[in-house]
Design a protein around this ligand. Sequence first.
Ligand code: NAP
Length: 304
Amino acid sequence: MSIRNDSEKPEIKNVLITGASSGLGLAIAQRLMPCEDLRLILTARETSMSRFVELGLKESDRVLLRPLRVNTDAERRNVVREVDERWGGVDVLINNAGVAYRAVMEHLQTEEIDRQMEINFSAPLQLIRLVLPGMRRKRQGRIINVSSVGGIMAMPTMTPYSASKWALEGVSEALWYEMRPWNIRVSVVQPGFIRSSSFLNTRMTEASRDSLENVDDPYHSHYFYMERLIRKYMNNALATPETVARKIEQVMRARNPPLRVPATPDAYLFAMLRRIIPRPIFHRILYQALPGIRDWGENNHLDR
Ligand SMILES: NC(=O)c1ccc[n+]([C@@H]2O[C@H](COP(=O)([O-])OP(=O)(O)OC[C@H]3O[C@@H](n4cnc5c(N)ncnc54)[C@H](OP(=O)(O)O)[C@@H]3O)[C@@H](O)[C@H]2O)c1
């Protein structure tokens, strides 16, 4: 399958993927690698570039491997400028790179909140700003922002992560309206739990780590039960990076991609529940369903 223009001829499209050296980004890269109607710009942090070589992903006349820390203005500009000069601009931007801090509000420093918002929200926005003029001139383009179920429903102990994905959803929705006159399609892909080791990459703050290790900390149960729940669901999830990558390719190639795309079975379920259950009832049900909720804030009767 290929993206087609109005005259139905397959066109070569230039696809820029952020965070392409691991997890979902890597799965997208590996999936798109054999597609001859695409040129790929696979980007990763400088320190992770060696993984491309280890994984056998090599440069070619249709693949560029470039360092890109998404939260660094100069690197963003360099990559986009090079694609403009070499291949005539980015046609598809996949904002995949992201980080997740695991901490309740009291356990976050300003720096950590800023870092979370910078990588998951501001950086995708800045990249979008750089590629839009070219897309507008061509009167076509695709922007795919990787959000999360955390962008549909905020999760305790993931406060700034939820905020960053909600913000990304808001921007995507506004952009969907703004860019439609130029045939630039914006989608926000929402994975739920993915069976992968990504959970190991979630960042704890000093205070949240201390709390998880200290049963007497007022927030200990929050972390203890949520960690156990997330780990269990991630280990048993039906979705894998590969199934989500397939979904992203479908979105990329769809003539009329939807704005919001739940990308895993649990994401579909939560999106549906969120639509049909009145908000106050939804929040009450979810609160009651939180693991070990009777122990939260207590720490006296941990059921382990
Ligand atoms: N895994 C899940 O269950 C899940 C669920 C919902 C949504 N998501 C979303 O899916 C996306 C991919 O996550 P994943 O599951 O593949 O997690 P992951 O394995 O931790 O991958 C995250 C990627 O982002 C990159 N990254 C982090 N900071 C960066 C920076 N400053 N500049 C450039 N790249 C940076 C990482 O690079 P390094 O390897 O160099 O650190 C890594 O390649 C994220 O947006 C995440 O929020 C994941």
